[in-house]
Design a protein around this ligand. Structure first.
Ligand code: GYE
Length: 326
């Protein structure tokens, strides 16, 4: 054989083996499509980051990430494209609870397991998804309401007439439904508490500010504003200050919110926010653990709640903030 032929043979053999190496390495990766809600809040950013840093090639995954910009129709499109790409698993953080039957049936027909994360779905047939992991939103709401009762009691305002407004999350989202219900359960126990109004701030700072501006125009005696996430509270606080009022532990209006992101600690330390009720967004590792169990043929629990705490200005917030992951 002449040198040229040998070298061509060697090169093509190398290319072939490199190709097969690349193909097998890719085959071994578990492909996960994540239909994310959007990028509406600090919580959501932390949640996205948790998935992106968990589902890496080094960890054995190929992640196909889709941001639905808070629109269910975009999530449905993303799920259909995951099915077309024949992913191994579909993970969904559903924008709202209803309207998923058709697309989940399509995933089931394609034999792709669906894991729900963060928010839940309201389905006639729960076998359409494998399992769900997230926060207990009703419990978060009840913890918030109970905190308010204790706080007012400690201020000697337990019997006083208390006017409350709520800036809700995206209507129809589990986090909105559960938190509204949980707070409502405690409001119902207090005859002297009045829920003046509830409107959606879409879980964003800008909309939270807008809704608070309109509440302040409509009602001149607001004692408490409940914001269904921290970012709405940041907007509400801006609106309160712009209206010449004060808030926080030393102010006219008590402001409470949900999530407990780092910026909420800054706001409490600054004396603006009274309390925040935790919702943990770090679901990436939890979902990876579920996938690993399914890969090993093990059973997984259908509903998995994450433990959550709350934080208020009576605590050593600087020390807690130093340890905070999101
Ligand atoms: O509270 C909010 C986000 O579904 C728990 O969505 C999540 C909520 C979270 O936009 O900040």
């Amino acid at each position: 054989m002449n040198k040229k032929v040998v070298s061509i043979l060697v090169t093509s053999a190398m290319a072939a083996s490199m190709f097969s190496f690349a193909a097998s390495a890719e085959d071994e990766l578990i492909t996960v499509g994540y239909a994310q809600v959007g990028a509406e809040s600090d919580w959501r950013t932390a949640n996205t980051e948790s998935f992106k840093s968990t589902f890496t090639e080094e960890n054995g995954y190929q992640l196909i990430f889709d941001d639905a910009q808070q629109k269910q129709e975009n999530q449905i499109k993303a799920i259909r494209s995951f099915i077309q790409q024949e992913v191994d698993y579909i993970v969904i953080a559903p924008v709202v609870e209803t309207g998923w039957e058709t697309v989940l049936q399509e995933a089931a027909d394609a034999g792709i397991p669906v894991i729900l994360s963060d928010r839940q779905m309201d389905l006639a047939d729960d076998s359409l998804y494998t399992c769900w992991v997230g926060g207990n939103f009703v419990k978060e709401g009840e913890t918030c309401g109970q905190w308010l009762a204790d706080y007012l009691e400690a201020q000697g305002r337990g019997e006083e007439e208390i006017n409350i407004v709520t800036i809700q999350g995206t209507i129809g989202a589990s986090a909105q439904i559960g938190r509204t219900e949980g707070v409502g359960n405690i409001v119902a126990q207090h005859e002297n508490w009045k829920m003046l109004d509830m409107q959606s701030g879409e879980f964003t700072q800008a909309k939270g500010q807008e809704v608070m501006e309109s509440f302040l125009k409509s009602y001149d005696d607001i004692d408490v504003v409940i914001c269904e996430n921290d970012n709405e509270a940041f907007g509400a606080i801006d609106a309160i200050k712009a209206a010449g009022k004060t808030c926080g532990p030393d102010g006219d209006i008590i402001v409470v919110s949900f999530d407990s992101v780092k910026a909420a600690f800054d706001s409490m330390i600054a004396g603006d926010l009274n309390a925040t009720f935790e919702c943990n967004p770090l679901h990436g590792p939890r979902v990876a653990e579920i996938i690993q169990k399914l890969e090993a043929g093990e059973d997984v629990e259908k509903i998995q709640y994450v433990d959550e705490a709350y934080f208020d200005t009576s605590m050593d917030l600087e020390s807690i903030l130093a340890e905070r992951l999101y």
